[in-house]
Every structure is written in C-alpha cells, then in structure tokens.
Write a protein that binds this ligand. Structure first.
Ligand SMILES: NC(=O)c1ccc[n+]([C@@H]2O[C@H](COP(=O)([O-])OP(=O)(O)OC[C@H]3O[C@@H](n4cnc5c(N)ncnc54)[C@H](O)[C@@H]3O)[C@@H](O)[C@H]2O)c1
Length: 334
C-alpha cells in the first residue's frame, strides 16, 4: 500500500491531536476525512489542513472509498458500533480507550475480529509506547530485577472536569493502570478491591478522592494504585516495580534540572497527559500506521481492550459494594 488514507472520527481533544499528528508527524499516512457529531467543529479542524474533507455521518466516513484506515476518538459509548462497522469493511482501526464501555460488548468485538482471522484493531493504550514504560518492561524481561513481586502506581491529576465521578476514576483513569499492570507483568488481573480513605477537602462533594485500588494477578502478585485527581499540583504518573533482586521506578520527570532565584533546584512537572505522553502518542500512531500498511497490528489489541474493560467493570462493582470482586474473563479463543 502506498500511503494510508485515514478517517478520524471525533475531533475533540484527542481526535484533533491525532489528526494533526497524522498530518504533520506520521510518515506513510495522511488524514483524508473527518467526522464529528458537532459539524462546526469538524469544519473548523479540517479547515486547518488542506486535503481533509468533512463527512457528516461517521458511518459514511467508514464506508468512504478513499478511506483505508480509521482512528476512533469519539466518546467511549460510541466505540462499539463504530469498531464493528470498521471490521465489517475489514479496515485497520486505532480505537481510543476504552474499546467499549462494557465487558460483554468488548468481548463481542474480540469475537468479530477473530471471525475475520486477522488482527485489525489497536486500542489506544499509549503508555506501552512511552520510552520509560518500554524500558521498564525490557528491564523486567532481562531478569536483572529478579521476579517482579509488587507494582506501586500513582496516578495524580491537578484537577478534573465537574462531571467527573468516582466510577470514572476507575473507567477513565485506572483503566490505564490495568493495561500497565498486564503489560509489565504479562498476566491477567483476576480480582479488584477498591478502598476509599478520607476524602480531600478540596475534592468536589461525593468524589471518592483519593482512592486506592488493589489488583491481584493470576500468579498471586499485587499491584496497588493510588488515584488522586484533585491534587492542584500537576500531572504525575509514577510506576515502581519491586522485584526479588531490586526495584525500578519511572515517572519522575527527571528532565532539565534548573536552579532558580529563590535558591531552589528542581524539574518542571508536566501539567497534563498530553505533555507527559506526547512522545508516546506520536510513536503509537506511527507504529499503528506502519503495521496497518503491512496488514497487521503492532500494539495492544482487542483482547487487551476487553481485559481492561472487564477489570474496570469488576472495579466499579468493587467500589459500589466495598468488596473484593473477581474478574470474569471469557476463554481467549471462542
Ligand atoms: N489515551 C488517552 O490518553 C486518552 C486521553 C483522553 C481521552 N481519551 C479517549 O479519547 C476519546 C475521546 O476523548 P476526548 O477527551 O477527545 O473527548 P471530547 O469530548 O473532547 O471529544 C469527543 C468528540 O467526539 C464527538 N462525537 C461525539 N459523539 C460522536 C459520534 N457519535 N460521532 C461522531 N462524533 C462524535 C464530539 O462532538 C467531540 O468533538 C474517549 O474514548 C476518551 O476516553 C484517551
């Protein structure tokens, strides 16, 4: 295939970023079509880029003969039918997380792709493409840390939108830690417990912030996640692996160390996920486009999307009941 001609569905925050990334920083691919429920927004974003057409209906964009591949960046609740429509046309897809919002619908996507006999869908778990996470995984694989026993994760946001709920702390934020745990440890999460300590007085009423989430894995290892989404500080995502022969940590923003006039020395903390993971998003989209042109997927696939959704479904139940909740995963093959 010459150049991958891409449709971007949903050009809000993530979709507009991916569109510009495809236009300016991805080789072998270019955006040709955008669709967004908010047509004015689609026209505005497409207007910045020559050669990009607006198509009103995202299903028409998927059916467009000029489209070879699709990036889905609409809200999670719309993903299921859009991904299934792409699979019907056997188009490669980069679907932002979550694959779908419920475990059973994610499993239906896994099965629909399996029926085609080849992988077509990559799910937007971009941390796998972040150089620090990739190095941590390589370190684990080298055996130098010994067998990993524990993983400690911290996921801190300075603030969240007013509509953000405690459940969304699991489905929107912890979902990334689920994928990190599976990526680093190479096994499934089998049970989830959610603890809600005294809430910060700065958190909106009713938001269980901070929250501690504990994953158990198939071989009996533990992953703890501190989630704190109203720190007022900056965007901090930290991961530490404790092995039998050492520990390793990433996410300290150890870029330029600067001295300032008030006699302090330090680093700048990234303000948000777009800055912290900018390089990861670029690598993610480039690897997706390269693999799509070869007719395959080179990143987290439908099974990874399904497993993450299943763990989050269990997590939401654990939050609601206050009880340890087992994850119910279907057999990998139908
Ligand atoms: N990987 C990450 O780090 C990351 C970060 C943020 C968001 N996301 C994911 O990206 C997706 C989009 O999030 P966002 O923050 O860009 O949201 P957003 O609200 O900024 O943008 C969503 C866009 O989709 C459009 N839209 C809604 N329904 C549509 C439909 N049926 N057809 C066409 N367009 C439709 C909206 O008009 C809007 O412009 C979500 O799945 C979210 O979870 C991933």
């Amino acid at each position: 295939m010459q150049e991958l001609r891409v449709a971007v569905l949903g050009v809000g925050l993530m979709g507009a970023d991916h569109l510009r990334r495809l236009a300016a920083r991805t080789s072998g691919a270019r955006p040709v079509v955008v669709a967004d429920a908010f047509a004015d927004r689609a026209r505005e974003v497409a207007g910045e880029l020559p050669g990009v057409r607006v198509v009103e209906d995202p299903f028409d964009a998927i059916a467009d003969p000029e489209v070879d591949a699709v990036v889905i960046a609409t809200p999670g609740a719309t993903h299921e039918e859009l991904v299934l429509a792409c699979l019907e046309r056997e188009l490669p897809v980069l679907c932002e997380k979550p694959l779908t919002t419920e475990a059973d619908t994610s499993l239906a996507v896994v099965r629909a792709e399996q029926a085609l006999g080849r992988p077509l869908v990559q799910v937007g778990f971009m941390r796998r493409f972040d150089p620090e996470y990739a190095s941590l995984r390589e370190l684990i694989a080298s055996g130098d840390l010994g067998r990993p026993l524990l993983v400690h994760c911290a996921h801190r946001n300075p603030a969240v939108p007013a509509h953000f709920t405690s459940e969304m702390m699991i489905t929107d934020s912890v979902v990334h830690e689920v994928d990190v745990a599976r990526f680093l440890l190479g096994e499934e999460v089998t049970a989830v417990t959610v603890l809600t300590p005294a809430a910060s007085r700065d958190a909106p009423a009713g938001l269980a912030d901070p929250m501690v989430v504990l994953f158990e894995t198939g071989s009996g290892r533990l992953v703890d996640v501190e989630l704190f989404v109203t720190t007022g500080v900056a965007y901090e995502v930290r991961t530490e692996v404790v092995g039998e022969r050492g520990t390793a940590m990433i996410g300290l923003d150890t870029g330029v160390v600067r001295s300032s006039g008030d006699g302090r020395r330090g680093q700048v903390i990234t303000p948000g996920f777009r800055e912290r993971f900018a390089q990861a998003y670029d690598i993610e989209v480039q690897r997706w486009a390269d693999a799509a042109r070869r007719g395959t997927v080179d990143g987290p696939g439908t099974w990874d999307g399904y497993a993450a959704t299943a763990v989050c479904t269990a997590g939401v139940e654990a939050l609601r009941t206050g009880r340890r909740t087992e994850v119910r995963l279907a057999p990998r093959e139908a």
